[in-house]
Design a protein around this ligand. Structure first.
Ligand code: SF4
Ligand code: SF4
Length: 396
């Protein structure tokens, strides 16, 4: 435990941890006494218990927190919780990341996560919080880059809208890298770049893209997503062994026909990966004109867990993969409010990424609230799904 944290908590008898994620659980196992419990906005986490500490909703916390309590936030997207922290009746809250410094995990209380993953999560919290409080810097926690519209699977409820592409294409590495260079020129630090599709390995240029992006100094981590249908190339091992690279493997059971090969390859070469089943699927792959009012769109955006999945495509940065792909598909009316140009001024990018109430695309989206009902993942469709195509000349 960092000395700074020990000093911080001394004198506080009632401590709450905001955020029931990896960093929050680690903190609870290391602070020991004087913790009362967790607070989390995700209704599915409320009532859960970890190490004997209960998770309270924000509304419950408002009723029980005393004025002299300390709240420590562990939430990565700190800009989303500041107004919530300030609505609590206690006098003081702090951001955990400001008290961390390349923390090594000695006492890991989370059985399901290994030490390296906990350290990875703590580093993310440290980077996000420190950068957020450096007001003259532009920090982005993560950027998703669309590598391809093609996928080896055809999930009818894909949240990235692959089920609608009738003639899917790979995006050229030149275009991707040029867009990325333009954006990164304006940004001081990106914690994590996530390479997504479709299936990124459908694009043969993927290794070149991985190599170039992971060599960029302003990037801390590169997460490569895959559905493990395509084996990795042995001859590209040098590229994949860059210590910044982590794989995220979604294991769709029989559909992910090369999971074992991919995992064996990564394990044999000590390349870190997370192998997991499809998680938290909700009905968010629908494009429809819901004719929402402005307050309804603001509410949908506030409750959306996807609104900080910044997505880069076509020379623009979007708040989420839904808006980026819906625009590529012309499945929503063209509207400049949906994105910001990679060549925009820093303050414009900063405002778009941290200080807007909704995007016009929210009118066409089911939303991704934490309490949305779960659906069966990865049901396959034989044909692309029809949708309404908007005239691209309509510019608002
Ligand atoms: S959800 Fe299915 S269709 Fe969408 S990218 Fe993943 S594997 Fe492909
Ligand atoms: S369009 Fe709006 S509601 Fe839908 S995922 Fe994006 S930010 Fe969330």
């Amino acid at each position: 435990m960092e000395k700074k944290i020990k000093k911080l908590i001394s004198g506080y008898e009632n401590i709450y941890i905001y955020g029931f994620g990896t960093a929050g659980k680690w903190l609870s196992g290391n602070l020991g006494k004087n913790i009362v419990g967790f607070i989390d906005s995700d209704i599915k986490k409320v009532g859960k218990i970890f190490s004997g500490f209960k998770v309270y909703s924000l509304e419950q916390a408002k009723k029980i927190i005393k004025k002299d309590s300390l709240v420590i936030t562990t939430v990565l997207d700190i800009q989303d919780v500041i107004s919530k922290l300030e609505s609590l009746p206690n006098d003081k809250w702090v951001a955990l990341g400001n008290y961390l410094k390349n923390t090594k995990v000695k006492n890991n209380p989370i059985d399901s996560e290994d030490d390296s993953y906990v350290e990875y999560s703590l580093k993310a919290v440290e980077s996000c919080h420190k950068s957020y409080f450096s007001k003259n810097k532009l920090f982005l926690k993560s950027i998703d880059i669309i590598i391809t519209e093609r996928c080896s699977l055809k999930c009818k409820d894909c949240s990235n809208l692959m089920q609608y592409y009738k003639k899917p294409i790979n995006i050229s590495s030149q275009e991707i890298l040029d867009n990325f260079d333009d954006l990164i020129r304006n940004v001081d630090h990106v914690y994590e770049v996530r390479l997504i599709g479709g299936e990124p390995f459908m694009n043969k240029d993927i290794y070149k893209i991985i190599e170039k992006i992971s060599s960029q100094e302003k990037i801390t981590k590169v997460v490569v997503y895959t559905n493990a249908t395509i084996p990795l190339k042995k001859e590209e091992i040098k590229t994949l062994m860059n210590p910044k690279i982590v794989f995220s493997i979604t294991d769709y059971g029989n559909l992910s026909r090369n999971t074992k090969k991919v995992i064996d390859f990564l394990s044999a070469n000590n390349i870190p990966f997370r192998d997991h089943p499809p998680e938290n699927w909700t009905d968010c792959g629908v494009i429809f004109d819901f004719k929402r009012t402005l307050p309804e769109m603001e509410k949908l955006f506030t409750d959306c867990c996807g609104k900080n999945l910044l997505t880069l495509t076509d020379g623009k940065l979007y708040r989420c993969p839904f808006a980026a792909n819906a625009d590529r598909l012309k499945g929503i009316p063209l509207d400049k409010g949906n994105s910001v140009s990679v060549n925009a001024k820093r303050n414009k990018i900063k405002k778009y990424t941290s200080d807007i109430k909704f995007i016009p695309a929210c009118n066409y989206c089911m939303g991704r609230s934490y309490d949305a009902p779960k659906i069966e993942p990865a049901i396959q469709t034989k044909k692309p799904i029809d949708y309404k195509v908007y005239d691209s000349n309509v510019i608002k």
